[in-house]
Structures are given as C-alpha cells and as structure tokens.
Ligand binder design. Structure first.
Ligand code: C2E
Ligand code: CA
Ligand code: CA
Length: 360
C-alpha cells in the first residue's frame, strides 16, 4: 500500500482497502494482484507452513455508489463472486469493468508471446514541412497484429506493456526497426528523420540498457539527427538524475528530442528551457478545435510564438482539414501531421506516397 492508502480490519478475516488518487483501472488491478501474490506466499507459524487464499471484491466510487455503505455492500457482493469463481482472484462489482479487466489480463498474457512471435508492425505517418509541403520526417507508430483479435490499438496495449515492463523490449524493437528504415530512406532523402515514441517507463528501467540506443546508431554509422525521440511532459516533471543524464546523452549524440501532446499537461516553459528540446508537438485536441479567433487558435498561436522565441520548432498533430492547415500555416507553424496528409501506413506505402514509384 502507498502512504495515502487506507487498510482497515472490518472484523474476522475481512479487510477493507481504500485506494485514492488512482491513475486508471490498471493501477487498481496491479494493487489487487499484488495483494493476492503477497498473501499467497507461505506463512511459517512455528514448525508449520500455512497457506491462505484471498478473494477481493472491488467497488469504484462514484460508479458503484456514492456513499460508504453502498460502496462497502457492493464490494462485499463482488468479493462473494470472487469466492464463487474459485478464490485467489479479484472481481469488480460492475460487470463491464470485470469484462475489461479480463480482456486486459488476456492481452497482458498474449503480449509476452507477441514480442517473440513477430506480431508487431511499424507504421509510419509523414510529418510535413508546412511552408514547402516537403516530407523528410515521419513518426513511427506501432501496431499489434493479434492472431485472434486482429489489429490491436497501441492505446489499448501500450499501457499494459508499460505496466508489465514489456515496453522496454517492445520499445527496443521499435527503435531498431525505425533505425533500419531510416537508413534506407536516407538514400532517397539524405536528411530523413524518423521519430519514435519513448515511454517514461523506458527511461526509468535499467539505465545501462537504454544506452545501447546510441551505441546501436554509432555501430551503424548513423548520424544522431536521423532519429528524434518523442517524450511527454510528465517525464520532465519528475525528472530524476538518471532521466536527465539520458536526455543529455541523447542530445549530445545529436538525437533530437520532441515534447509530445504539448498543451495537455503543465505546458511549462521552464521545462522547455531547462532541457534541450528541439520540437514541441501541439496535441491534436487543440488542432481539432481551431477556427479563426477560437480560444484554441489563440492558444496554438501563443505556443508557436513562445516555442520560436525559445528556439524550438513546432509540429501540429492531427491536422484533418484544409482550414486547420491554412490557419496553422498563417500562424507560422513549422511542421504538420494528420489524416489530411496521410494516415500512418506501412513502409512500402509511405515510399509510394512520398517518392512515387521511383524508389519502389
Ligand atoms: P501519439 O504519439 O500522440 O501518436 C499520434 C496518434 O494520433 C496516433 O495514434 C496517430 O495514428 C493518430 N493520428 C494521426 N493523425 C491523426 C488525425 O489527423 N486525427 C486523429 N484523430 N488522429 C490522428 P496511434 O497510432 O493509435 O497511437 C496512439 C498512441 O500510442 C500514440 O500517441 C503513442 O502515445 C502510443 N504509441 C504508438 N506507438 C508507440 C511506440 O512505438 N512506443 C510507445 N511508447 N508508444 C507508442
Ligand atoms: Ca508521438
Ligand atoms: Ca501526440
């Protein structure tokens, strides 16, 4: 339990745990699983070894009730379901939550096999230089071709991969794949650059393990600026020394850094100054709402001016209409990405899109 959680004994062998400040359902499940794991370890009582099983019922405020009595009653009912289903498990009160938890559990098991079973694909979305229309950048976006479920969105499996730590392995695969692709595309366009997303978990896991991204590029004689790493603001907010030194080593190696989803978090100018960030990516939620004079338009203009003053370039994400494009060009935005230009596509289609048949 964390410092701000509460554990109470209700009587007999029943306990209540109150969890606050939860990021998402996944954290609830992680904690429930932790409790199950810890309590399933053998207890040594004198000369005896004792095993116990645990059944957990979960109710969630406010969906499952907005007062203590109802929440407790519903958690209790969910606990009985957990017992009925064979104990040593957790169960949600609301069945849709339980269904979602089960899907996540299965996906998390399948994810292990996906890494070794080559079930991932890397798609590429062009990043267009707005004042010329030229394309010499792309963002690499992962797809999971699940043998039964078909294409699974990264929005669904990346959080699970982060939670299980598998993101490190998956992220390394993405990076290596992007590197071999950028080597090819640099034959067509010498300045070509591919952006890869890097989760905060990848920064926090084993520091040494992360270093080989640079070694890998050095070994292939690939200049640093052929890769851009997209990070989120959250990473900078609680940046520890290990994170800062990784970011430093990336920019020393010439690898460029981009802040993803800018505008959704703290949008702090201080961080842009403190770290050597090259690009700011304005989140697509702003772009989808821009019209002449709208408040999101004003915000975009402000971000662009501010970024330029600090010597950073700006990428607008999620451009879907000509109107959005025109407004962004007028505001002096440097690069754009979105369905108006192209959806993320496989490498072969990307080549057709950008270089026609010349490179095929
Ligand atoms: P993101 O980094 O913000 O990526 C942009 C997302 O916006 C992509 O979703 C892209 O397909 C989508 N998009 C692009 N243009 C448009 C548009 O015009 N309109 C709309 N509505 N959407 C657009 P996708 O590919 O589903 O990826 C979702 C998220 O999953 C990414 O968000 C990123 O956070 C994560 N992700 C994807 N690939 C990786 C990866 O290799 N590693 C890590 N750590 N995360 C990844
Ligand atoms: Ca991104
Ligand atoms: Ca983004």
């Amino acid at each position: 339990m964390r410092g701000d959680d509460t554990v109470a004994r209700m009587g007999g062998d029943e306990f209540t745990v109150i969890l606050t400040n939860l990021e998402n359902q996944l954290s609830t499940e992680r904690i429930a699983q932790n409790i199950l794991d810890k309590l399933s370890e053998p207890f040594h009582l004198g000369a005896e070894v004792v095993y116990i099983t645990t059944s957990i019922g979960i109710s969630v405020y406010p969906i499952d009730g907005d007062d203590v009595d109802v929440l407790l009653k519903n958690a209790d009912q969910a606990m009985y379901t957990a017992k009925e289903q064979g104990r040593n498990r957790y169960h949600y009160f609301t069945s849709s939550m339980q269904d979602a938890a089960l899907i996540r559990m299965h996906l998390s098991n399948d994810l292990r096999g996906a890494v070794t079973g080559s079930q991932f694909r890397l798609y590429y979305q062009p990043i267009v230089q707005l004042n010329t229309g030229n394309i010499y950048k792309a963002e690499a976006l992962i797809r999971w071709q699940h043998p039964v479920r078909g294409l699974v969105s990264p929005l669904e499996f990346i959080p699970i991969a982060e939670d299980t730590g598998l993101i490190v392995e998956i992220g390394d695969w993405v990076f290596k794949e992007a590197v071999s692709q950028v080597i090819k595309w640099r034959h067509n366009e010498p300045n070509f650059q591919i952006s890869v997303n890097r989760s905060p978990v990848q920064f926090r896991s084993n520091y040494k393990q992360n270093m080989h991204w640079i070694d890998h590029m050095l070994a292939l004689d690939l200049p640093g600026n052929s890769i851009c790493i997209e990070i989120t603001e959250g990473l900078l907010l609680d940046a520890r020394d290990a994170v800062i030194s990784q970011l430093d080593s990336y920019s020393k190696a010439g690898i460029e850094l981009s802040i993803d989803d800018f505008g959704t978090g703290y949008s702090s100018l201080a961080y842009l100054r403190k770290f050597s960030i090259d690009y700011v990516k304005i989140d697509k939620s702003f772009i989808s709402n821009i019209h002449r004079g709208s408040s999101d338009m004003v915000l975009c203009e402000a971000i662009i001016v501010m970024a330029h003053k600090l010597g950073k370039k700006v990428v607008a994400e999620g451009i879907e209409t000509q109107e959005q494009l025109d407004l962004l060009i007028a505001a002096g935005c440097d690069f754009g990405q979105g369905y108006l230009f192209s959806k993320p596509v496989i490498a072969g289609e990307f080549e057709k899109l950008v270089w026609g048949n010349a490179s095929a």
